[in-house]
Design a protein around this ligand. Sequence first.
Ligand code: IPM
Ligand code: MG
Length: 369
Amino acid sequence: MSKRLKIAALAGDGIGPEVMAEALKVLRAASKKFAFEIEVNEAPVGWAGIDASGKALPDATLAACKASDSILFGSVGLPDRDPTIPRDQRPERAALLRLRKEFSLFANLRPVKLPKALAHACPLAPQRQGDGIDILVVRELTGGIYFGQPKSIQDIGNGQQRATDTMVYTTAEIERIAEVSFRAAQQRRKKLTSIDKANVLENGALWRDVVTRVAKKYPDVTLEHMLVDNAAMQLVLRPTQFDVVLCENMFGDILSDEAAALAGSLGMVPSASLGATSGEQTFGFYEPAGGTAPDIAGKNLANPIAQIISAALMLRFSFKLNDAANAIEAAVEKVINAGLRTGDIYNPADNSARKVGTREIGDAIAAAV
Ligand code: IPM
Ligand code: MG
């Protein structure tokens, strides 16, 4: 019997629904070619959830996620919507952070790759791009300052307030994300750069100690520690020195956007957020690294590639369908090499390139699978 994949598809806001439609199109093409079945459960999240049933993560949506083997996620958050809705009920915290915590998705993988054909879209001078940029950012996703308690804004008299966020990490939390990053490095170029602020933060000192200890189990991987401010600089000066970059939650948030800019467009960077593996099964949450891009939403302008490759990562990590995942990635590469471009990666000076819309590039990728 063929494998049946139960997928919750949460398109969300802004460009989410448009890019999700293309990813589902490509998944369906892959399911025909590679003989697996998909059962897609589409559910609202973010402002779409608030509009549908008053909550950024409606109960029915959470139930659909729990009943599935993985979540394919679009994007949430529209900064201009109703400012009276409290911060803790807005989509970023009430849906996205909530889902990360609910499913213990502690390992966030963001592969940043600049294809040769898109060298023009990279903001760095050609000599800094070397033979190509290929970085995997591994970001801790359920700890650190995002979730640490206490977290508050308190009145302290005289019209003054005091805001507190708390950065907390335990040995076990650092160990498990370090393990993920060393194993990823073993599959790649065997170099790991661990990011911290060990010169100022106690969290940084512990992070460095624990990662150094975990490294002993992976003698084939070269470990280097780098302070986060230097890493921000090195990413633009010499990005080719990086293979796997390991970060705590907030540093990873910042550096992964910086790295993504090097890939030419946020619209090209997928991500996988994984929990612990139990037996054969890894529950995962797959989403493009870019946001809702409200300025281009609904206009058939968005680049669906990050969403499509996120679906490929889902096939690989949650369902072990490596051939199908590889086929989707190869189809993306083929379509890019054939010159099809959404606006974000289009170069008017390139005569072989053709500017197309979200649906057209999605159709082409689905056909190439
Ligand atoms: C990301 C996003 C989120 C984060 C926001 C939307 C809460 O920036 O996934 O990188 O900060 O983690
Ligand atoms: Mg971010």
